[in-house]
Design a protein around this ligand. Structure first.
Ligand SMILES: C[S@@+](CC[C@H](N)C(=O)[O-])C[C@H]1O[C@@H](n2cnc3c(N)ncnc32)[C@H](O)[C@@H]1O
Length: 234
């Protein structure tokens, strides 16, 4: 008897299962057979260290949440959040760090993160004169700022190794000498959706290559942690 392919099995199972259970089955299928077309990790690459050498982690301060981590950020700075969604964390950035300027950068171009969310964000921060909304890809938007402009760039877009690497590299030029590059989802992936992330690989590779250190980490129980990086003084 001919062996059925994975997709044929999937169709058969769908056929004999009531349609109300299909969303559940799709979730299970994605977890068991993740399709990593756009989100890649980079554990296999030589440029990604297996462990970070001590000098990159010896000063790290750990916080219970990313909001607590924000309390250590100097106030009244120039800040960019890359990847905004509906602006929930933007709200936290505003109330905790009281930025002089906050640039909310997002392309809002997908089914999951579409125009509707951008409209919500516009409305939400309408009366905040310190907030500018930039509908653009993160790397394009960042490149439009002069070098050394930001006190803080917070990265929270696709979480792929490639995108995070690009964002870290550009952010390095765009933050001040003592500026901070931070970001979300310093973890191996979204377990419930079966999507691996490349943030840890990109961050560790960047730290070693460019001589930066992890200065802050948040340690939320849900595992979607944030990091903050600072240049190692030479
Ligand atoms: C996880 S959500 C951001 C969540 C938000 N920072 C928070 O904590 O509430 C990711 C966002 O990144 C945006 N995004 C993904 N890739 C992007 C890119 N290359 N440039 C700009 N925005 C991007 C998506 O449109 C989406 O709104």
């Amino acid at each position: 008897m001919r062996k059925m392919s994975r997709d044929e099995y999937k169709s058969k199972v769908m056929e004999i299962t009531p349609s109300r259970l299909h969303p559940l089955l799709k979730g299970v299928y994605r977890t068991v057979f993740p399709e990593n077309k756009s989100i890649k990790t980079a554990g296999h690459m030589e440029s990604v260290p297996e462990n970070l050498p001590d000098k990159h982690i010896r000063n790290v301060v750990v916080h219970p949440s990313r909001e607590e981590m924000l309390t250590t950020i100097p106030k009244e700075g120039k800040v960019a959040e890359l990847g905004v969604d509906e602006g929930d964390f933007s709200d936290q950035i505003i109330s905790i760090t009281e930025p002089e300027k906050l640039f909310l950068v997002d392309e809002w171009g997908t089914e999951r993160y579409g125009e509707e969310k951008m409209r919500k964000v516009k409305k939400r921060f309408d009366d905040h004169t310190e907030v500018s909304i930039v509908r653009e890809r993160s790397e394009v938007a960042l490149n439009n700022f002069e070098d050394g402009f930001f006190d803080l760039v917070y990265i929270d877009t696709t979480h792929s190794y490639e995108q995070t690497s690009v964002e870290l590299d550009i952010s390095q030029r765009k933050v001040k000498e003592d500026g901070i590059i931070a970001g979300h989802d310093y973890c191996v992936g979204n377990v419930s959706r079966g999507v691996p992330y490349g943030v840890i690989s990109a961050v560790h590779e960047f730290c070693v290559r460019e001589n930066w250190q992890i200065s802050h980490l948040s340690l939320e129980t849900h595992g979607y942690r944030s990091f903050a990086l600072e240049k190692i003084e030479t």
